[in-house]
Design a protein around this ligand. Structure first.
Ligand SMILES: [Zn+2]
Ligand SMILES: [Zn+2]
Length: 458
């Protein structure tokens, strides 16, 4: 064949076939991005047909050796039936029963194995509820390496990988067998075929449930709190429970959901947290529960709300449960420091204050920016920084001779106890500063969280 400066499709295909056994699909795949809208199989078949015609033409025109060389490649490495017929007629020897070097696994074409792999996948997913899925594969390293080698040797610019081709075929057949939809962005289930180990792996993606909780009693931390003496192993201090507090909001809320969804683990993401000894009332604090490997996705959410309340013995109430997604969770996290929160507090003072002192403090703390350094009591889990927080409103009222009732409307992330006490100068200004007396917060209740997120649905 005449060689051009830049070899064209047919020249490349002829030299590929001279050296390598290639089935129609694998040959066609090397040109997959040219003239899309057909199959790799068709591409490969068409190329081989044209090459056979060219070989025949070359033989007939008298250049016998050149024509026979190409014909032998097509009949042998190409295993192309029309070329084989022609080769018999020409009494041409060629190597029979060649298997494709890019898709053969243990003597069988990987694509021919798909129906059997699909059956296994269907069987393994029988008790898993899902609506969307994605098919994937881990190619056999030897096949992937050979394909890369050929790409480099023959300057194949328009090829598709075995993996991508296989995944597409696998996905198509799975969609029919499952009667479900392929979703590339957020599949509920990912089915991966590992070619090397001939195994089907399932990845069940998490379920996300949004809601808001109210904490009706004090003494329950938001997350599980292990005993600090033994780090959860169990010791005398914790009476061998391994825990500092026996329960938590996250367990009360998440465990009934995990159980209903038949999941394996949970993660509880709260939009901020209140102190152990603070209540969380009003409209509640937004959260997202993430359930790993759920086998059930259709949940009776109002029933779950009731079960959470009952199982926590009315310590925790949740409402507004609904399904959501990872994007929403990320949004919730990034917004939690932008929220506006309202608190009511009881404040003990070390002397009786005058009405004038109380009113002045109220006035001077409303509408200001606060400089708050990370409180000592949380320094072990938060980096030591000074943050600026906005105080929207402060209202103070004398209750008893040494007691004030306070209302605070602040930016999310403000530490209220320290806004009251001053935290030995780490929070400036503070109620203590402004009234000129030591102040201690003895009771704290979150009464509202105005979350940007609750105003719209994702
Ligand atoms: Zn092949
Ligand atoms: Zn312990």
């Amino acid at each position: 064949m005449a060689r051009r400066e830049n070899p064209g499709i047919l020249d490349i295909a002829a030299s590929l076939l001279e050296e390598n056994p290639l089935c129609d699909r694998c040959l066609g795949r090397q040109f997959a991005w040219l003239s899309t809208g057909t199959s790799n199989d068709q591409r490969g078949h068409s190329i081989k047909l044209i090459l056979s015609m060219m070989a025949d033409e070359t033989i007939k025109s008298g250049a016998k050796d050149e024509g026979r060389k190409l014909l032998a490649a097509l009949a042998g490495n190409g295993a192309f039936a029309p070329a084989q017929t022609l080769a018999e007629k020409e009494e041409l020897d060629y190597e029979k029963d060649k298997v494709c070097c890019l898709c053969t696994m243990d003597g069988e074409c990987a694509f021919d194995k798909i129906p059997e792999i699909v059956q296994r996948a269907v069987k393994n997913t029988k008790d898993i509820e899902f609506q969307t899925f994605l098919a994937g594969s881990i190619p056999r390293p030897t096949l992937a390496e050979r394909e890369d080698e050929l790409k480099g040797q023959h300057d194949l610019l328009y090829g598709e990988t075995l993996r991508s081709n296989f995944n597409r075929e696998f996905g198509k057949q799975l969609a029919v067998a499952f009667d479900k939809t392929v979703d590339f962005d957020r599949p509920e289930l990912v089915v991966v075929y590992d070619m090397q180990n001939d195994s089907v792996r399932l990845q069940i993606n998490p379920l996300f449930i949004y809601g808001r909780y109210r904490k009706m009693v004090v003494g329950v931390p938001q997350s599980r709190w292990d005993c600090t003496e033994c780090n959860g192993k169990g010791c005398d201090v914790c009476h061998n429970t391994g825990r500092r507090y026996p329960d938590s909001i996250s367990e009360y809320v998440s465990l009934p959901i995990q159980e209903a969804a038949k999941g394996t683990r949970f993660k509880f993401h709260g939009a901020g947290r209140e102190d152990v000894d603070a209540l969380m009332l009003g409209t509640g604090r937004p959260f997202v529960v993430e359930i790993s490997e759920p086998r059930v996705r259709t949940l009776n959410l109002s029933k779950l709300e009731k079960r959470i309340r009952k199982k926590s013995r009315k310590k925790v109430e949740v409402e507004g449960l609904r399904l959501t997604n990872r994007q929403h969770l990320q949004q919730l996290k990034s917004e939690s420091s932008e929220n506006v929160k309202e608190y009511s507090a009881i404040i003990k003072t070390d002397r009786e204050l005058t009405d004038e002192e109380v009113e002045r403090a109220e006035r001077e703390l409303t509408g200001i920016d606060l400089a708050q350094r990370t409180p000592t009591r949380v320094a072990h889990r938060r980096s030591d920084l000074t943050r600026t927080k906005h105080i929207y409103e402060v209202r103070l009222k004398k209750k008893r001779s040494h007691e004030l009732e306070g209302y605070f409307k602040v930016q999310g992330g403000t530490y209220i106890k320290e806004l009251i006490s001053g935290d030995e100068g780490r929070t400036v200004p503070s109620v203590a500063d402004k009234v000129g007396s030591a102040c201690l917060c003895t009771e704290l209740i979150v009464t509202a969280i105005h979350n940007l997120e609750t105003d719209h649905n994702p």
